[in-house]
Design a protein around this ligand. Structure first.
Ligand SMILES: Nc1nc2c(ncn2[C@@H]2O[C@H](COP(=O)(O)OP(=O)(O)OP(=O)(O)O)[C@@H](O)[C@H]2O)c(=O)[nH]1
Ligand SMILES: [Mg+2]
Length: 213
């Protein structure tokens, strides 16, 4: 699938202010600075659509983008930002976890992991939490241009092995580079496939979507 149109819709901290859950939605999450916003820009071929920065902690809100008028891509703030205060980390916990567990149209969470590093506890813990919540997720390894393919593959294999201590099978995995525009097509094809199966949540008697919370 090729993206033809990508537009910013809104930024939010509150789940009840998000766009109506009428279209399939996909969220990008991962450590601060892992490359979530860069990947969104590379996938949509739109530099500057999502704001990026060399400094971690750039994305602070739940940012909705509408793609080809048919699905939402969501850029989330990163976790594990060392310089964030405890209060702001707690706030992150609250509003992101609330978003992830209450968004009816969320089809899949893409967990971004830096392919340069060996498995990190914070990423594994987050995957376990998604599993506990029964939230479908896939893994996207980023920044593959920064080291050899052998090194990336070794880190991916170690991550898989760590996950298999808890999960019976590993989720789908993608290896990407926003810099080299590599690995985006398979993600978009997977999204297209899931989009084809999307059934919007039902309206209640008043023509409103009935929130799950
Ligand atoms: N070499 C290389 N650099 C990348 C890649 N993806 C992102 N970067 C760089 O990594 C830094 C962080 O990228 P962002 O996309 O802002 O990361 P983020 O995960 O959205 O960060 P927060 O919003 O702070 O959580 C920027 O300097 C990017 O240019 C990549 O594939 N290759
Ligand atoms: Mg960001």
């Amino acid at each position: 699938m090729e993206v033809k149109k990508a537009e910013f819709v809104c930024s939010n901290t509150r789940v009840d202010k998000l766009p109506a859950p009428t279209l399939p939605e996909y969220a990008f999450i991962g450590r601060s600075n892992v490359g979530k916003s860069s990947l969104i820009n590379a996938m949509t071929n739109k530099k500057g659509l999502a704001k990026t920065s060399q400094k971690p902690g750039k994305t602070q809100l739940i940012n909705h983008f509408i793609i080809d008028d048919t699905w939402y891509l969501v850029d989330l703030p990163g976790y594990g930002f060392a310089k964030a205060s405890k209060t702001s980390r707690n706030e992150w916990e609250k509003f992101i976890r609330r978003y992830l567990t209450h968004r009816d149209n969320l089809q899949c969470v893409f967990v971004l992991v830096d392919s340069r590093h060996e498995p990190q506890k914070i990423d594994l813990d987050f995957c376990y939490w998604l599993g506990e919540c029964g939230l479908p997720f896939m893994l996207v390894f980023t920044k593959a241009d920064k080291q050899s393919a052998v090194k990336s593959d070794a880190n991916v294999a170690k991550f898989k092995k760590s996950l298999l201590q808890w999960f019976e099978e590993v989720p789908q995995i993608f290896l990407t580079s926003a810099e080299k525009k590599m690995g985006h097509e398979p993600i978009l094809d997977t999204i297209a496939e899931v989009n084809g199966r999307f059934v919007p949540p039902e309206l209640d008697g008043n023509g409103q979507f009935q929130p799950r919370f």
